[in-house]
Design a protein around this ligand. Structure first.
Ligand code: NAP
Length: 258
């Protein structure tokens, strides 16, 4: 790894202060700031800041790894809080961190492609969204409601959890699809509960019209007015490389959040 770094920071005074301390230590150790072509991106803030940084460097993922410090709780993309600053830097400078990579979801509409680390979702606040849901090219159900969400294992604690989806333990190679306010009555019924699928599953959401709906990809949203089909799979190539510091048990991480 060369000594080029960048820092993505949550815009608040405390996070700026931590960023300045990181920069000072890195400069003293011969590192050079390079926002265009860093080999490591430090993230200071929360899981949201980490997501933002990943999207910022999406076209450079092969050459970049991410190392996160949380200025609140523990977080799922970060192993350190601000009170652990010295250990955070020490692990990095002494090469005690280990690199782990995580898959992204790959999303294709007829005209565009997107990548998600937490989840992809379709949400229609304007009218009832009807869509056919295919799993591995086989029609699974016809759904009506506000929308659908497909989350990664890492994203299972984010929007997915608010939808009543299960939290998925680290290390399990699965994705999870959950309804967003599905409509179920005597004439019409879809699965209703979240479904956990192998990460190799290919999911398609198809509709005669997604007019008024938005495609949510992590923190970003895109209009779907001219789209009829959304194909989602785990990307065979795009992965996010994270530097992990001290070992934290998944359940401890979970407890620190809730
Ligand atoms: P954001 O403010 O960056 O994030 C919203 C909250 O979700 C923050 O508290 C954030 O934690 C937390 N979060 C993000 N990824 C997480 C993960 N993998 N596990 C546990 N918590 C996580 O909001 P945004 O920029 O609009 O969207 C970013 C993400 O937020 C989305 O991918 C979505 O999953 C989530 N979100 C959830 C809801 C909901 O639950 N109703 C609504 C909107 C967005 P930090 O405080 O550590 O940053």
């Amino acid at each position: 790894m060369n000594k080029k770094y960048a820092v993505s920071v949550r815009p608040d005074e405390h996070s700026y202060e931590i960023r300045d301390r990181i920069e000072k230590v890195l400069t003293e150790n011969g590192y050079e700031r390079d926002d265009e072509n860093p080999s490591v991106v430090f993230t200071v803030g929360g899981d949201g800041t980490f997501l933002y940084a990943v999207h910022q460097y999406l076209d450079k993922l092969e050459n970049v790894c991410f190392y996160g410090l949380h200025t609140g709780t523990l977080g799922f993309y970060t192993d350190y809080r601000d009170s652990d600053f010295d250990e955070f830097m020490d692990f990095f400078l002494k090469g005690k961190v280990t690199e782990t990579d995580y898959p992204l979801l790959e999303i294709h509409t007829e005209t565009q492609s997107f990548y998600a680390l937490n989840e992809v979702r379709v949400e229609n606040a304007a009218r009832t969204q009807k869509m056919n849901v295919y799993i591995n090219d086989r029609l699974f159900e016809t759904y009506r409601g506000t929308g659908m969400c497909l989350a990664t294992q890492l994203g299972s604690t984010a929007y997915n959890r608010s939808l009543g989806g299960a939290v998925i333990q680290e290390g399990l190679d699965v994705v999870e699809m959950s309804e967003i306010a599905g409509i179920h009555h005597i004439k019409f019924r879809s699965l209703g509960s979240p479904i956990i699928l192998k990460s190799t599953a290919r999911v398609t959401w198809e509709s005669e019209s997604f007019q008024g709906a938005l495609l949510g990809v992590d923190a970003e949203v895109y209009p779907l007015d001219d789209v009829k089909r959304i194909d989602i799979c785990e990307s065979p190539v795009m992965r996010v490389r994270m530097l992990r510091g001290r070992k934290i048990r998944y359940l401890d991480r979970l407890q620190s959040l809730f």
